[in-house]
Write a protein that binds this ligand. Sequence first.
Ligand SMILES: Cc1cc2nc3c(=O)[nH]c(=O)nc-3n(C[C@H](O)[C@H](O)[C@H](O)COP(=O)(O)OP(=O)(O)OC[C@H]3O[C@@H](n4cnc5c(N)ncnc54)[C@H](O)[C@@H]3O)c2cc1C
Length: 459
Amino acid sequence: MYDVVVIGGGPGGYGAALYAHNFGLSVALVEKGEVGGTCLLRGCIPAKTWLQSAEVYATVRSAGDFGVVTGETSFDWPTALARKNKIVNGLVTGLSGLLKMRKVELFEGHGRLEGPGKVTVEANGTTQVLEGRHVILATGSIPTELPGLPFDGERIVSSDHALDWADQPARVGIIGGGIVGCEFASLLADVGSRVAVFEMLDQIIPGFEPDAAQELQKQLKRRKVRFYLGTGAAVKDTETGLTIRGESGPSQSGIEVDVVLVAVGRRPVTADLGLDTVAAETERGYVITDLSTMETAQAGVFAVGDIVAGTPGLAHGAFAEAIAAITYIATGKTQPVDYRALPNVVYTSPEVASVGMTSLTAAESGLAVESHDHSFLGVGRARIVGKNRGFVRIINQVDGPIVGATVVGPHAGEMIHELMYAVGWEALPEEAAAFIHAHPTLSEAVGETLLSMSGRSLH
Ligand SMILES: Cc1cc2nc3c(=O)[nH]c(=O)nc-3n(C[C@H](O)[C@H](O)[C@H](O)COP(=O)(O)OP(=O)(O)OC[C@H]3O[C@@H](n4cnc5c(N)ncnc54)[C@H](O)[C@@H]3O)c2cc1C
């Protein structure tokens, strides 16, 4: 009998298995593929590795502006792919070693609940039964297909396939202008592919501050990415490739592409998990939990990560939920995730990062807020690095604390973290403005915004 049986070895599952050592809990981890899950194998890490290669290429191409003379430059796709694989494999090996060191027992196979406290593991025609005082479900998510447009891995692909393209595609149609779609658009445009993005809504990266989305769109357009917003897309096979056509607007005449990347979201992997053998409840396939403990309606059965109903599908969210579940299992104390202060980063060029409320969600909540912006235009460090487009926006409750922030610009994904503390600790603008940012830094844009919020601006 284990203290905890975990099904799924992604950030939620391996996070729970690793964290359990703090309390001396015995853990069995069931994974049907490799440990690491979407994040390590098919998500965060490979995608950001590709983006880094694209950024290095873009930097080298603009080296002349910095007085650095280079020869002819070209992008070597197979080498970038090999580097991506090396980084992923290295991290998977490291994680496997860490799990072993923490004495987590790994079971390879398909895990399924067989009533409370019981998990079967099926592999190669054999079935093993594991018993646990607690079970944590962390089976994650997979890409969503569009009706009538199933993935074939060659011409109609998901992000899983695109991260492993053996050769650089020349012309790519991307359906879905969310985070995944825009990250691919950014990296493909930087390495010279022709890219067209179709998005049903009127804004790319929906959910982010509209001005930030517009800034990103503007900068991607400068790199020749074509955007078709407010329209669905239909795909047709032709002799010379695929034609992707918007349902309305200028793309109705059709755009020829070699491959269509469908990036319209992900769905939870809960269909074959034995949820019907326990009292856990679901909503459109997502598992409903008490967010203060991550426990489902079935006592002793917990869920974390992408399968949880109503929480963002982010790797760091999954880690935090795993910590909340294990803390409750081990101590009976609640340590809920503070979703209010969970940062969300788009790793495009430029990066977009946000934490807490946007001006839209603040308006929807009925909270009286005000916001202040500071552009990177005149920020010394931004000029030095050659990336001075974008801005910092900080939102505070009128006469009250900071409730949200967005940064669009260089290293936004790093800069957002000081604002995470401001939102999490409900800092007043004048409290946060009392601290001095080093000069010259990109973060000075945050300091300048805080000064303006306190009624006194400097630059
Ligand atoms: C292209 C892309 C880029 C992304 N970039 C980021 C990013 O930059 N930052 C970020 O925070 N998030 C990012 N994400 C999202 C992030 O990857 C997920 O939120 C995160 O991986 C969710 O973790 P999880 O543990 O819930 O599930 P997963 O990582 O999906 O892991 C679930 C695991 O469970 C296993 N499994 C499923 N069913 C069973 C079963 N019955 N038995 C045994 N094993 C099973 C699967 O094989 C898998 O290994 C990205 C996603 C994609 C697709």
